[in-house]
Design a protein around this ligand. Structure first.
Ligand SMILES: Cc1ncc(COP(=O)(O)O)c(C=O)c1O
Length: 393
């Protein structure tokens, strides 16, 4: 049965989510979103009284964002990037994608091309195209590393460069030696690098630190992944003061300001920290690392960072397979359609979900590969590996 309509304007992820919502009596296993789930529920924000929340509801927030929240983020980013950051280096937005959109809008007069590290989350490329940008995809290497030389060759005053580290979906984390020459080139040709760091809190091997000059660099963050709270719709962009300042006026004309109550909750959560969530993700990554080898039809690299395993499946048609898993195994996965620059039959296995959800997801995959009904969807493992290596090299 086909759940997906390729002509629908909605993403495949959204269409599968809608399908589940329209069939509420089924016992779904939902692995669609790569949002980590707090092991004992999203923490309460007790320091924020209901009285102060009621007060917040009665006024518009500053269009640049709440001052204390911006100060907190500036301090947090100073630790990572070095340099003297203040609230004036931070703009609060309705999530990171909104921040990326505002920055793309701000550069649209000067720039007409967005060069992207791949794979790239389709939300970003669609946003760029909607604003009239041409999108160029940079091929990547075997471990997901972008070609710095190719990126350098593409950069000029008409292009912006979008990097995502840790990368969604590969988890590849850029080193300072990869980012620094790109930022330097941006300075030389008078353009900017956009560094989407929404998965930065989820590092499992080495924690990178950068000493980058923010003059030609924007860095994006969000509560959606780092605090498992996409419903808050609170994100931010950090950059040079003179580049950040005009973003507030742009945001004001588009939506006045970001929800004041959501910003207060975000501040409470940032002050509290996300240690449990990060430990949970690290533990679930270990679990998947030890369990996934039991399904030989999956090929993947253990992610060094980020929130998912990105697995190549031994199947002919990944969308048919995902629809089959949804309708027969009641298990929803997101496929490579969510990305550009990632051709092939991939699914992602989010690693921040509750153990039971992951166990059910793995069971569904094992059942799928052992069921004779799925035979027509399978291809030989040997052949897959050849294709995998041809693609990855
Ligand atoms: C790489 C990347 N950037 C940005 C976003 C958007 O995040 P937000 O919910 O903060 O808008 C996502 C969401 O999946 C993402 O994966």
């Amino acid at each position: 049965m086909n759940v997906i309509d390729p002509l629908s304007p909605l993403s495949f992820l959204q269409q599968r989510l809608t399908y589940m919502e329209q069939n509420p009596s089924s016992q779904w296993t939902n692995l669609l979103d790569n949002v980590p789930v707090w092991p004992s529920g999203v923490p309460k924000t007790e320091s924020l009284s209901s009285e102060s929340c009621r007060k917040l509801r009665s006024h518009y927030a500053d269009c640049a964002g709440d001052l204390e929240l911006r100060e907190h983020i500036a301090t947090k980013e100073t630790e990572k990037f070095e340099g003297d950051l203040s609230a004036e280096n931070v703009q609060i937005t309705n999530g990171a994608l909104h921040a990326i959109s505002l920055v793309l809008q701000a550069h649209r007069k000067q720039c007409d091309t967005l060069v992207c590290q791949t794979p790239v989350f389709r939300g970003v490329t669609q946003c760029a195209r909607a604003l009239g940008y041409r999108v160029k995809l940079l091929p990547n290497g075997r471990s997901g590393e972008p070609s710095v030389l190719l990126a350098l060759a593409q950069m000029n005053e008409r292009t912006l460069l979008y990097l995502n580290s840790p990368n969604n979906p590969t988890g590849y984390t850029l080193s300072e030696s990869e980012v620094a020459p790109l930022v330097k080139r941006a300075q030389e040709v008078k353009t900017c690098v956009l560094l989407d760091a929404v998965y930065d809190d989820f590092q499992y091997e080495a924690i990178p630190s950068y000493t980058l000059d923010l003059e030609n660099l924007y860095v994006f963050g969000s509560m959606s992944k780092a605090y498992g709270c996409p419903g808050l719709r609170v994100g931010w962009v950090v950059g040079a003061r003179e580049r950040i300042k005009p973003l507030a006026a742009r945001l004001e004309t588009q939506c006045v300001s970001v929800n004041s109550e959501a910003q207060a909750i975000a501040l409470c959560m940032l002050q509290r920290g996300n240690e449990e969530l990060r430990s949970h993700c690290a533990a679930m990554r270990q679990y998947l690392k030890s369990t996934l080898p039991n399904i030989p039809q999956l090929l993947y690299q253990v992610p060094q960072a980020g929130l998912q395993f990105y697995a190549w499946l031994a199947v002919h048609d990944i969308e048919e397979t995902a629809d089959y898993l949804l309708t027969r195994n009641l298990t929803a996965f997101t496929t490579s359609e969510n990305y550009e620059g990632s051709p092939g039959p991939y699914i992602r296995i989010p690693l921040g979900l509750p153990l039971e959800t992951l166990q059910n997801g793995i069971l569904a995959l094992s059942d799928f590969f052992s069921s004779s009904a799925s035979g027509h969807l399978r291809i030989e493992r040997r052949k897959n590996e050849e294709v995998f290596h041809a693609f990855a090299s």
